[in-house]
Design a protein around this ligand. Structure first.
Ligand code: KIV
Ligand code: ZN
Length: 525
């Protein structure tokens, strides 16, 4: 099936969520699914329903609430997985079951311990079962890129006979190189009966940094679905980046001559949203959505840009959703101008959210002369995602300097309305604040990463602190934003603590020393 329409299959919520530390809760997944719909993706792979009750609920909620794209759920080739996927998907107006089974020799021998005949038998049974529920069935021979081509062709042909409508060829471990991967697609097109009746899809991992190149090479051989993720999130080094592959197709339309339905102006806001929710930052020089993607530093480039933007710019920043004007509002700006700017940046806030962001904007504008788009985006995202936190920072002070013992006093507001105060010492002021927060909340984490960056320009720029910490073998990330980097750090740390507290229902998230005698757990229990 070769046409000039390229299907964009987004797997941010499934493969993307498999990035270490990127796990999301149901509300966050729904919000991303809605953003993906607004972006114009064709298919949303919403999760792997058998993987956990949380995954199941998220796929079901997205199937019920997100209309427009096809909602897809992943399943291994066994009845239990497929039934569970169907259960989660059944209410979606448009749905797809995606079944997979590994085919490469290394997976057959060491992971599955199955002979080739067994792989073929299970593939057929899996596709048939999925087909008994749903017309739209995708089959993936996992690790296809390392599978013997004749065996790959045999499995794919049997999957098509059994009813698969999309055949996905994953480069599961990011091992392929463009010409070889393209040759594999050509081989399948030439050797598999029925292949012209289905959509050929590609799913490339980025272990060698070739995921986008491999996907585009496959498209040149007739693949018409690309599986990709926002910001290239995914297992290990990630998946093919949606924004990169879409902008390559659009910018080099003279070469690819293909169309997608992506509203490219939503790329940057969607990238920001995903980065904010997962806590995984986008590298500054990342193509398309990195902060430097459209920044021109060298004088000779700036001069060329002034003469004609196309001298050094192959895409316009506004085409991917970077705003045209960067300098925006100040403390005299009114609510109306603010609301308009927020809308232009692509956010739909209700009145209550807008009021909250506007208040924060006003207090920021008091501290900072010029408020940039990046500041506003950061404020909006913080307000939208703060949610019902167990702990909020009420106040803190720090004492540090040479020859003194760094110390901090912190007051936290607990969800039940009580304010708890404590003080502690640390190796530096930030460490003292973090340790005091741990003392108050009773949650001791293993700090893995901490850094601070400036969100916009100028000496009075907002600082964004990011914290990554481990607790009970899981990684949690938090971000904080303030003109005071110590406050931003405390907020980022508290976000981590709040995420952990949410995961331990029933356990009071507080140091027992701070509980009233009636609240303290019975020592005999
Ligand atoms: O990388 C992979 O092989 C996958 C499959 C489940 C499609 O993610
Ligand atoms: Zn994958």
């Amino acid at each position: 099936m070769t046409s000039d329409r390229l299907i964009i299959f987004d797997t941010t919520l499934r493969d993307g969520e498999q990035s270490p530390g990127a796990s999301m809760n149901l509300a966050e997944k729904l919000e991303i699914a809605q953003a993906l719909r607004d972006l114009g993706v064709d298919v949303i792979e919403a999760g792997f329903p058998i993987a956990s009750p949380g995954d199941f609920e998220a796929v079901r909620a997205i199937a019920r609430e997100v209309e427009g794209p096809i909602i897809c759920g992943l399943a291994r080739c066994n009845d239990e997985d497929i039934d569970r996927a169907w259960e989660a998907l059944r209410d979606a107006p448009r749905k797809r079951i995606h079944v997979f089974l590994a085919t490469s020799a290394i997976h057959r021998e060491f992971k599955l311990k199955m002979a080739k005949e067994e792989i073929v038998r299970r593939t057929v049974a899996g596709v048939q079962r999925a087909k008994s529920y749903c017309d739209d069935v995708e089959f993936s021979p996992e690790d296809a890129a390392r599978t013997e081509l004749d065996f790959l062709a045999e499995v794919v042909e049997k999957a098509i006979e059994a009813g698969a409508t999309t055949i996905n060829i994953p480069d599961t471990v990011g091992y392929a190189v463009p010409t070889q991967y393209a040759a594999a697609i050509r081989y399948l097109k030439e050797n598999v009966r029925g292949i012209d009746k289905v959509v050929i899809s590609v799913h490339c991992h980025n272990d060698l940094g070739l995921a986008v190149a491999n996907s585009l090479a496959a498209v040149m051989e007739g693949a018409r679905q690309i599986e990709c993720t926002i910001n290239g999130l995914g297992e290990r080094a990630g998946n093919c980046s949606l924004e990169e592959v879409v902008m390559a197709i659009k910018t080099r339309n003279d070469f690819f001559k293909l169309q997608t339905t992506i509203n490219t102006r939503r790329l940057y806001p969607t990238s920001r949203l995903v980065s904010n929710i997962t806590g995984i930052q986008v590298q500054r020089n990342k193509a398309i959505v990195g902060q430097n993607a459209f920044a021109h530093e060298a004088g000779i480039h700036q001069h060329g840009m002034l003469m004609h933007h196309a001298t050094y710019e192959i895409m316009r920043p506004e085409d991917v959703g970077f705003s045209k004007s960067n300098l925006v509002l100040g403390k005299h700006s009114g609510r109306h101008a603010f609301r308009e700017r927020v809308k232009e940046l692509g956010y739909h806030l209700d009145d209550e959210q807008l009021n909250r962001v506007f208040e924060e904007f006003k207090s920021l504008a008091d501290k900072k002369k010029e408020v940039y788009d990046a500041d506003i985006e950061a404020l909006v995202e913080r307000v939208i995602h703060r949610g019902a936190a167990m702990w909020t920072l009420e106040a803190f002070t720090c004492n540090a300097g040479s020859g003194t013992l760094p110390s901090a006093a912190v007051a936290l507001w607990r969800q039940d309305g009580t304010i708890i105060r404590d003080a502690g010492v640390g190796d530096g002021p930030v460490d003292a604040v973090f340790r005091t927060i741990e003392r108050i909340t009773g949650i001791d984490v293993n700090l893995k990463d901490y850094h601070v960056r400036s969100v916009s320009k100028g000496e009075d720029a907002l600082g964004e602190a990011s914290v990554e910490a481990e607790y009970n073998g899981r990684t949690y990330r938090g971000r904080g934003l303030s003109t005071d980097i110590l406050e931003a750090s405390a907020q980022a740390f508290l976000e981590v603590i709040n995420k952990i507290a949410m995961k331990r229902p029933g356990i009071p998230s507080i140091n027992p020393a701070h509980l009233s005698p009636e609240e303290r757990p019975d020592p005999g229990v």
